[in-house]
Design a protein around this ligand. Structure first.
Ligand code: ADP
Ligand code: MG
Length: 309
């Protein structure tokens, strides 16, 4: 059985500069895969090579065992690029219907689908207006409607929420999650670590033209992230017996002015252990905070740089 997406050994040079330096990206079953990396990492280049829009300097791409430029494969992919490709003088409706026609979607069906998607994205009324009056976020949403119009099996989304306000971002996330639940394959790029964390089954961290780590968000955080910290504020200081018992059960405990910091790999397992131990020795808890590693921590550990900001 061929994989859904198989890109192997992808190298792309522009002049004497490498945009991609040997990338493998394999998706074998319908999942959401997020390419997470900063600006200039090579995300757009990799996506357009996978789509057959850009040709690689070397390497091969197969989608469902075929060349991505094969019309039967093209028809099964929905691509939403960072550039909009919208007709400014037409309304949102007219744009969406035009693209529906290009994809051979019957008009009645297209109307229903546009309405449904616009409803979910909260831009139903705006569709009546000319695109020239749209904000960047609205254009992005209209592009998503267009990318999804022919109900493709594979969605390729290049930074789908860049420049959106947090509310719109959530709405788009829900739409993507819904497609994933319907059995679609989603390949997206992002420089927002929360986006990769919220959506992706698998994340490829890309930096300077290379995928430097790959795995589920939980796997990556476990492998490259710092320990989680359970921080407990206590009422009357930590009793030495309680501290001794905790120290015997976890890797590291720090105490300073009525605060206990317990370093563990799996806080979900250790929160009850910590609270039970404190309870056993009559130590009363004032507050308890769990700090878990993020994908930002993972990126920092791998590159020495921050991903955002
Ligand atoms: P990202 O999408 O992660 O921001 P890109 O794939 O757009 O990154 O770019 C990767 C690198 O390739 C960047 O250094 C960029 O300047 C360069 N690049 C991209 N497209 C071209 C092009 N058409 N000509 C020359 N250099 C390019
Ligand atoms: Mg890009």
């Amino acid at each position: 059985m061929p994989g859904i997406i198989e890109a192997r050994g992808i190298v792309k040079k522009y002049g004497d500069k490498y945009a991609l330096r040997g990338v493998d990206l394999i998706i074998e079953e319908p999942i959401t895969y997020a390419l997470l990396g900063p600006n200039g990492a090579g995300k757009t280049t990799l996506l357009t090579i996978i789509l057959g829009i850009t040709s690689p300097t070397s390497g091969t791409v197969k989608i469902m065992g075929r060349d991505p430029r094969d019309p039967s494969i093209r028809a099964r992919i929905g691509y939403v690029s960072q550039e909009y490709g919208l007709y400014e003088l037409l309304t949102g409706w007219e744009n969406a219907l035009l693209y529906a026609r290009l994809h051979g979607v019957p008009t009645g069906e297209a109307r229903e689908r546009i309405l449904e998607l616009a409803e979910k994205l909260g831009i139903r009324e705006e569709l009546k207006r000319r695109v020239s009056s749209y904000s960047g976020g609205m254009k992005e949403k209209l592009s998503l409607i267009i990318g999804f119009i022919h109900d493709p099996d594979i969605l390729v989304l290049d930074e789908p929420t860049t420049g959106m306000d947090p509310g719109s971002r959530r709405t788009v996330w829900e739409l993507i999650m819904e497609e994933r639940r319907k059995g679609k394959t989603v390949l997206l790029s992002t420089h927002y670590m929360e986006e990769a964390d919220a959506l992706a089954d698998r994340v490829g961290i890309i930096d300077s033209g290379k995928i430097i780590a790959e795995g589920s968000p939980a796997e990556l955080k476990k492998k490259y992230g710092p320990r989680s910290v359970i921080e407990v504020g206590v009422e009357d200081g930590v009793k030495p017996e309680a501290l001794r018992e905790l120290e015997s059960r976890v890797e590291k405990v720090l105490v300073s002015d009525g605060r206990l910091r317990v370093y563990v790999e799996d806080p979900d397992e250790y929160v009850p252990i910590v609270t039970n131990t404190l309870y056993k020795y009559g130590v009363r808890i004032r507050r308890l905070i769990v700090e878990k590693p993020t994908l930002e921590d993972v990126f920092l550990r791998l590159t020495g740089r921050r991903l955002e900001g």
